[in-house]
Design a protein around this ligand. Structure first.
Ligand code: CA
Length: 719
C-alpha cells in the first residue's frame, strides 16, 4: 500500500500511499548509512505523508523506509531538483580534462560518490591487457579533482567510481577525444585536432533571417555509399569533402550535388559518438542511424578513416565542415540529448546514479522517449551539460545549427537559455527540433512542445500539421492528404502556408512567428513521400505521382516558414516500403545516384523552385505582422484548390504582386483571378522560369506560380 517514497529535502521525506486508514504512522523507520534516523514529525495531506527528520540524510548512502516487513528505497530525484541541493553542490567549474604540457587537471562531479580514482592507460582499447596507473581524486562539495604533474599527452583515461556500494569504471561524460568505441578518454591539446587552415574557415553568410534557410537532411554514410557515388571515401566524413565527384553519367554527387541544388543548410543525422552496440567501430558490419548516444562531445568513429586514432575522427569532421563552408553550405547537427543508449551502463548513471534521469511519481524511470529513459534537463547539472555540449560543437567544430531530437522531453527554461547563449555568436545559429507532446514526467506547461510554442518564441518546431495536411496521416499509411487528392483540406492548407502562425480568427495556428515553423512533408522517419504515394495513390500513373511530389515540395518551398527537404525526395527516394529503416541495409538507406540521374527532370524542377524561393523574399517573411499585411487568400475557390496573393513587394521583393495557386485535382479547374494586372506565368507543373513562361496582358504585372497536378491544365488559364 506504500506507493513511493521521495526525499524532498535533506531532512524530509514524502510517502505516497493508496489508503491512509490502515496505516500506523508510528511503525515508520528510516535507515541511512547503517543507522536509523529520528523522525520528529508527521504531516498528512490527502494520501501523502511527510516525515520530518531530526538529522540530515547523507546522500552518499542509500536511504530506506521500513514499515512492518516492507522495505522501500527512498528516491532522491526530488531532492536533487531542490534549491537546497543546488545551493550546496551546483558548480560552474570547468569539467573534464584540462591538458597542459607539464600537468593536467581532471574534474568530475558526483556528490554521491564515496571515492573516485583516475586511471591512466597507454591504450584506448580495453581488449588490450594493461594495468593502469591509479590516482585518488579529492572532493570538495561534490566536485572531484586531481592535478597530475607530468605530461600526459597521448594517454587514455577513465574514472573508477565508488558509489552506493558499487565500484564501476567509466568514461568521462566531458571527454572530447576517445579511443575506439568510446570506452576511454584521450589526453591531448585540442589544437592538434585542427586540419590545416581551419582557423581560416569562413562561415557562409547565406542567411539574414532564419526563414532564409533551406534545410536538407542527409546521413553521412547514405550520401556516398552507393557504388555510383563517384566518391572515394565512401561512408566517411571526408567523402563529403571530395569536390567534382560524379555519377557514371557525369552528373554531380556528394558536396557538388548539394551545391548544385542550392540548399543553404545540411542537417546531418547523428554524428556524435553512438553506441558500439549499434555499430562496432572495430568491425562495422551493421548499419545504424545512431540515435543511441554514448559520448556526446565526440564524433562517431565509423565515419572516420581510422576509429582507433582518437584525432582522426575529429580532424576529418572538421575538414568536412570546413569544406561545406567553402562551398557556401551551413552544417546543422542532429543532437539527441533526450535519452541515452543504455541507462545502466552509461557514464552518467555510473558516476551519479539517479541524478541525470527523470522519474515518474512511482519512482519508475520516465520513458517519454520510448528508449527506456528520459534525461532530466530540469536538473541544473544536466541543463548545464546540454548547454556546454552544444556550445562546444558550435565553437570547436563551427556547427551552424542544432536539430533537437524529441525536443518535447526537454524543458522550456533549458531551451530558452540555450537559445540565448547561441545568440552570443556573431553568426546565426539555428535551433529547432521535434516538439511533440511526449509522455514524460515533466509538467505539461514546461515541455518544449508545439502547444507551448509561444513560450519558446525563437525556437523552431517540425511542423507536423503541414506534413500531415500534405500527404495524409503519417501513422495511417493509406490516409491521403491535400497533394494526394483528399477533399476538404483547403482551410488547413491555408493555415499551413502561413507557417501555422496566428493570422486571423479562422486561421489561428500555434506559432508566434514563421521562424518557428519547420515546413516539411517527409524526413528520415516513416515512409518516404514516394513510398507513401505508392500506398495512397497506387492506381495512378507514375507521371501523376511525380506531379503530386512536385506539388508537395512546391508548397513547402512557397510557404512561409523554414523549408526542410529530406535528401532524395526530389528524385522520388524509395526505401522499398520500409517505414523505419534505422538498421536496414545500405541498399535501402543509400542515396541512389542512378535514381537521381533517372529522374533528373524532377531534380531540375525542384532546384528551380529552390532558386525561386531564394530569389524572392516574399516567400521568406520573418514576422507575423508582415504575413498579415501582405498575404491575402483568394475566396470562392473551387474544391481542392488554394490560392493567395503576396502583395506590395512583400519583404522587399522585386515582384510587386505574386499569385500562388495550388490545385490537387486530377481534372482542370476554372478560377477567377483578381480583376487587375497582366499575368506573367512563371511556374507551371513542367517549368519554372522567372523570365516568364507566358504573359496574359492586362495592366500592372502580376507573377503567377501555378502548382497543379491536373492533366488538362496546360491550356490558357484553367488550372
Ligand atoms: Ca561509436
Amino acid at each position: 500500500q506504500i506507493i513511493s517514497v521521495s526525499v524532498k529535502s535533506f531532512k524530509s521525506l514524502e510517502i505516497t500511499v493508496d489508503d491512509l486508514n490502515q496505516l500506523d504512522l508510528s511503525k515508520f523507520s528510516i535507515k541511512n548509512n547503517d543507522k536509523f534516523l529520528d523522525i520528529n514529525a508527521h504531516y498528512i495531506n490527502g494520501t501523502t505523508i511527510t516525515l520530518i527528520l531530526s538529522e540530515e540524510i547523507d546522500i552518499k548512502y542509500e536511504c530506506f523506509l521500513f514499515y512492518d516487513n516492507i522495505t522501500k528505497n527512498c528516491n532522491y530525484f526530488k531532492l536533487f531538483s531542490s534549491e537546497e541541493f543546488n545551493g550546496r553542490f551546483f558548480t560552474l567549474d570547468e569539467l573534464g580534462v584540462m591538458y597542459h604540457k607539464n600537468f593536467s587537471d581532471f574534474r568530475v562531479w558526483s556528490p554521491a560518490a564515496t571515492s573516485i580514482d583516475l586511471l591512466i592507460y597507454q591504450n584506448g582499447d580495453p581488449s588490450i591487457y594493461e594495468i593502469p596507473r591509479k590516482f585518488s581524486m579529492n572532493e570538495g562539495n561534490g566536485l572531484w579533482s586531481i592535478t597530475v604533474n607530468e605530461d600526459l599527452k597521448n594517454h587514455f583515461y577513465t574514472y573508477n567510481v565508488s558509489v552506493y556500494g558499487n565500484t564501476n569504471e567509466t568514461v568521462d561524460p566531458y571527454a572530447k577525444l576517445v579511443g575506439v568505441n568510446g570506452y576511454r578518454g584521450y589526453i591531448l591539446d585540442l589544437k592538434e585536432t585542427d586540419p590545416e587552415d581551419f582557423h581560416k574557415d569562413i562561415y557562409p553568410n547565406n542567411i539574414d533571417n532564419y526563414t532564409d534557410a533551406i534545410i536538407y537532411e542527409i546521413n553521412i554514410r547514405d550520401m556516398s555509399i552507393n557504388p555510383n557515388s563517384g566518391i572515394q571515401n565512401k561512408g566517411k566524413f571526408i567523402g563529403l569533402t571530395e569536390e567534382n565527384s560524379k555519377t557514371s553519367n557525369h552528373t554531380p554527387t556528394g558536396i557538388d550535388y548539394l551545391k548544385f541544388l542550392g540548399i543553404t543548410h545540411v542537417q546531418i543525422m547523428p554524428i556524435f559518438d553512438f553506441s558500439f552496440v549499434s555499430v562496432d567501430e572495430k568491425n562495422p558490419i551493421k548499419y545504424n542511424w545512431g540515435y543511441d548516444p554514448e559520448n556526446y562531445n565526440v564524433p562517431e568513429g565509423i565515419y572516420s578513416t581510422d576509429p582507433c586514432d582518437p584525432v582522426c575522427r575529429i580532424k576529418e569532421l572538421k575538414k568536412m565542415v570546413y569544406s561545406m563552408h567553402k562551398n557556401g553550405i551551413c552544417v546543422n547537427m542532429d543532437v539527441v540529448y533526450n535519452h541515452i543508449f543504455d541507462y545502466k551502463n552509461n557514464c552518467f548513471e555510473k558516476i551519479f546514479p539517479g541524478y541525470y534521469f527523470r522519474y515518474n511519481d512511482d519512482n519508475t524511470l520516465s520513458n517519454g522517449s520510448g528508449c527506456g529513459n528520459d534525461t532530466a534537463s530540469e536538473k541544473l547539472m544536466m541543463k548545464r551539460f546540454i548547454i556546454d555540449s552544444v556550445m562546444y560543437w558550435a565553437h570547436e567544430y563551427h556547427i551552424d545549427g542544432f536539430r533537437f531530437d524529441l525536443m518535447g522531453i526537454h524543458d522550456v527554461n533549458t531551451m530558452n537559455t540555450l537559445r540565448h547563449k547561441l545568440d552570443t555568436f556573431k553568426r546565426k545559429i539555428m535551433l529547432y527540433g521535434e516538439g511533440w507532446d511526449l509522455k514524460t514526467a515533466l509538467d505539461k506547461a514546461k515541455k518544449v512542445m508545439i502547444p507551448n510554442a509561444t513560450k519558446t518564441p525563437k525556437i523552431g518546431f517540425f511542423n507536423d500539421i503541414i506534413r500531415d495536411i500534405l500527404k495524409g496521416n503519417t501513422f495511417d499509411r493509406n490516409d491521403k492528404g491535400f497533394i494526394s487528392g483528399k477533399d476538404n483540406l483547403e482551410n488547413s492548407l491555408e493555415l499551413s502556408v502561413i507557417g501555422c502562425t496566428n493570422y486571423s480568427e479562422n486561421l489561428n495556428g500555434p506559432f508566434s512567428s514563421p521562424v518557428q515553423s519547420i515546413n516539411y512533408v517527409t524526413c528520415h522517419d516513416n515512409y518516404t513521400l514516394w513510398d507513401k504515394l505508392q500506398f495512397t495513390n497506387r492506381n495512378e500513373s507514375e507521371e501523376l505521382r511525380i506531379y503530386r511530389t512536385k506539388l508537395a515540395l512546391g508548397i513547402i518551398l512557397t510557404s512561409q516558414g523554414i523549408p526542410f527537404i529530406y535528401s532524395g525526395t526530389e528524385f522520388l527516394r524509395t526505401k522499398e516500403g520500409i517505414e523505419n529503416s534505422y538498421n536496414s541495409p545500405d541498399y535501402i538507406n543509400w542515396i541512389d545516384w542512378n535514381r537521381k540521374d533517372k529522374y533528373m527532370h524532377v531534380v531540375n524542377y525542384i532546384k528551380e523552385l529552390i532558386f525561386l524561393r531564394k530569389n524572392h523574399p516574399a516567400f521568406r517573411m520573418s514576422s507575423i505582422e508582415d504575413i498579415k499585411d501582405n498575404v491575402e487568400f483568394l475566396k470562392n475557390m473551387p474544391k481542392n484548390t488554394v490560392g493567395f496573393l503576396i502583395k506590395n513587394n512583400a519583404n522587399n521583393d522585386l515582384w510587386k504582386n505574386i499569385l500562388v495557386v495550388y490545385n490537387s485535382n486530377d481534372t482542370s479547374t476554372e478560377i477567377q483571378f483578381p480583376d487587375y494586372g497582366d499575368w506573367n506565368l512563371v511556374v507551371d507543373r513542367h517549368t519554372i522560369n522567372e523570365k516568364i513562361i507566358h504573359t496574359y496582358h492586362r495592366n500592372d504585372p502580376y507573377y503567377i506560380c501555378l502548382l497543379y497536378t491536373s492533366d488538362a491544365a496546360d491550356e490558357g488559364l484553367g488550372v
